[in-house]
Design a binder for this molecule. Structure first.
Ligand code: AMP
Length: 140
């Protein structure tokens, strides 16, 4: 089998993601490109709410996610130019990124912040379905 050349590692910024990154690196080909992505998902708000500063919440969330991703990337020596914090529905953004960037393997954790009640976490499952590339779900 040909080694993977362009790997996308999707992380939800939980500490368990270190296992996911380690496994991706362990199976990466010698000259493989490693991309690290975190997707900030839309907030759902129901009913009447007092005025909130949505822009400030977004900006704070973005800064926090970038710092967490950067610390993870640095720990595993992933090129800072290959670290991405994007916004949207996680599986859609991950699929679009993978297709637009010629990714040949997407690596996710089997479970993340959404808990272990399912056989495979909901995001992991959604990434697996509809991916144009191989997908590895690392058991966490
Ligand atoms: P879940 O299916 O939400 O329990 O999470 C399983 C895995 O999907 C996590 O370990 C990550 O690899 C990936 N994942 C979940 N949420 C996100 C997110 N917002 N951005 C990127 N990857 C994610």
């Amino acid at each position: 089998m040909t080694a993977y050349k362009n790997i996308l590692i999707a992380v939800d910024l939980d500490d368990a993601n270190k296992q996911v990154v380690s496994k991706a690196i362990a199976i990466a080909g010698e000259n493989a490109t490693l991309n690290l992505i975190h997707v900030i998902e839309p907030i759902q708000i129901y009913g009447p709410i007092p005025t909130i500063d949505y822009a400030s919440i977004q900006s704070h969330t973005n800064d926090f996610a970038k710092k967490k991703l950067s610390a993870l990337g640095e720990e595993f020596s992933i090129d800072v130019k290959r670290q991405y914090v994007l916004e949207g529905v996680a599986q859609k953004v991950i699929h679009a990124f993978a297709e637009e960037n010629g990714v040949d393997l997407i690596v996710v954790g089997s479970h993340g912040r959404h808990g272990v009640s399912l056989l495979l976490g909901s995001t992991a499952n959604a990434v697996l379905h509809g991916a144009q590339s191989d997908v590895l779900a690392v058991r966490v």
